[in-house]
Write a protein that binds this ligand. Structure first.
Ligand SMILES: Cc1ncc(COP(=O)(O)O)c(C=O)c1O
Length: 437
């Protein structure tokens, strides 16, 4: 009885929610998100794999066959000797740290301005994070790394952010001189090349991520890669008894519909913004110590295999439009583009507000939203999570704090919305100038 009442309420709520969204769509001048921050660009092949999963038709190929194809392809295309598919990029970082033999209390250096998923594996393994600052291009600053690095530091994690590249050669040399191992984190830089080859292949270990909003997007998934046989063998032992997890049909349908709906729905966007404004996205994180690492699912492995080669080849077109985009952005007086225009692989474009952050910021969000363009503040500095946890804080983070107040990202997909976004930025610029007068 109780159950049926709850069900009824849920159904009613769902319908009201849908109605409300349609209602909102009719009120707003632009009835949908023209340019969401991240919608996977799946073509017919990926859609067939999704449908195959829903209809249980992907079973012609076994889990171990799919894994074999996936791991061989990553090794061949990215250029590494060994690969293990993991359930997320985060788990690939964890697997790297475990395979490198780190023990509770070991120090790990990472940038303060970065995705939270880089910090959580460090904390889950009971390691001590040491933050290094970033330079004005948002990448890890070797000078800051030099200042925070101590003898005995075990690992330096080098993420390449927003499709740009960190100065890998310099960082690797510094780490080698100190006897520190390097994780080359290419979660946001798949297909870009640094001095040691494809991003991911430069350190003692490397990681890739295939989450929904990544350039090669499955519904999750990551990869751990290394050239070092000893590290690989240890990683194999860590993951030996992990069962391969598969998505349920319901989960696939849910994620897929959410993605489709997201593009059209202001309501989901507004709920998200409302939560952000209430500070819910700033809740302290809860970390549970655990050493579990998941394997990639067969479904995600197939999705990656179907996209990887194209994604690695499609960089020239991306670079051209990034070059054009970056040069046009130079004409906007209140923004400085932070993207290195020669190295692009990520669908988010970070910009910095020059000198007028307080006056422009909230208006900017509203203005872009009105035109259907999703804008997000950049990363909350990682040290602030540690501060809340009462754990001793080590490292440098002056620049990243400054960037937190000034950097926002908007979508960049090199095909559909660039002209629209540029025109909105120009209109907003005119508005700022007019307000000043
Ligand atoms: C730089 C970086 N490293 C690692 C990760 C973790 O990847 P995943 O989301 O697959 O866990 C992310 C996620 O966005 C990331 O941006």
């Amino acid at each position: 009885m109780n159950n049926s009442i709850n069900n009824y309420r849920f159904a009613k709520f769902d319908i009201e929610f849908l109605d409300a969204t349609f209602h909102l769509q009719s009120i707003f001048p632009r009835p949908f998100l023209r340019a969401p921050l991240g919608v996977p660009s799946w073509d017919q092949i990926q859609k067939k794999i999704i449908l195959g999963q829903i209809l249980n038709k992907n079973s012609q190929i076994s889990y171990s066959q799919a894994m074999d194809i996936f791991e061989k392809m990553i090794c061949q295309e990215i250029g590494s000797r060994f690969c293990i598919g993991t359930s997320t990029g985060r788990d690939a970082i964890k697997l790297s740290l475990l395979a490198m033999g780190l023990k509770t209390g070991d120090r790990v250096i990472l940038p303060d301005f970065c995705c939270l998923s880089v910090l959580t594996p460090v904390l889950e393994l009971g390691l001590v994070p040491v933050f290094a600052d970033v330079a004005s291009d948002l990448q890890l600053d070797p000078k800051s790394v030099q200042r925070v690095m101590q003898e005995g530091d075990k690992v330096l994690i080098v993420p390449h952010l927003f499709g740009g590249l960190a100065p890998m050669g310099e960082l690797i040399k510094m780490a080698r001189d100190n006897g520190t191992m390097v994780i080359d984190d290419a979660a946001q830089a798949i297909g870009l090349k640094h001095s040691s080859g494809y991003a991911g292949s430069g350190g003692d270990c490397g990681i890739l991520s295939f989450g929904l909003f990544k350039p090669v997007s499955a519904m999750g998934g990551g990869a751990f890669i290394t050239d070092d046989e000893k590290i690989y063998k240890r990683a194999k032992t860590v993951i030996k008894n992990t069962p391969g997890k598969e998505f349920s049909t319901a989960a696939i349908v849910k994620i897929y519909l959410k993605m489709v709906w997201r593009r059209w729905s202001y309501a989901l966007f507004l709920v998200h913004r409302w939560r952000q404004q209430r500070g819910e996205s700033q809740e302290p994180i809860k970390i549970f110590k655990n050493q579990m690492v998941g394997k990639i699912s067969k479904f995600d492995a197939m999705m990656v295999v179907s996209q990887l080669k194209n994604a690695l080849q499609d960089k020239e077109g991306m670079k051209k439009s990034a070059f054009f985009f970056a040069s046009r952005l130079k004409e906007i007086p209140y923004l400085a583009s932070l993207m290195q225009k020669e190295a692009v692989g990520f669908p988010r474009w970070p910009v910095e507000f020059v000198d007028s952050k307080h006056a422009v910021y909230p208006d900017f969000f509203k203005f872009m939203l009105k035109h259907g363009i999703e804008v997000q503040a950049a990363y909350r500095p990682l040290h602030s999570y540690i501060k809340e946890m009462g754990v001793p804080l080590e490292g440098e983070y002056k620049k990243s704090l400054d960037l937190y107040n000034k950097v926002v990202c908007f979508p960049f997909d090199s095909k559909k919305n660039d002209a629209k976004i540029l025109s909105c930025l120009e209109q907003f610029s005119a508005k700022v100038q007019a307000d000043k007068r």
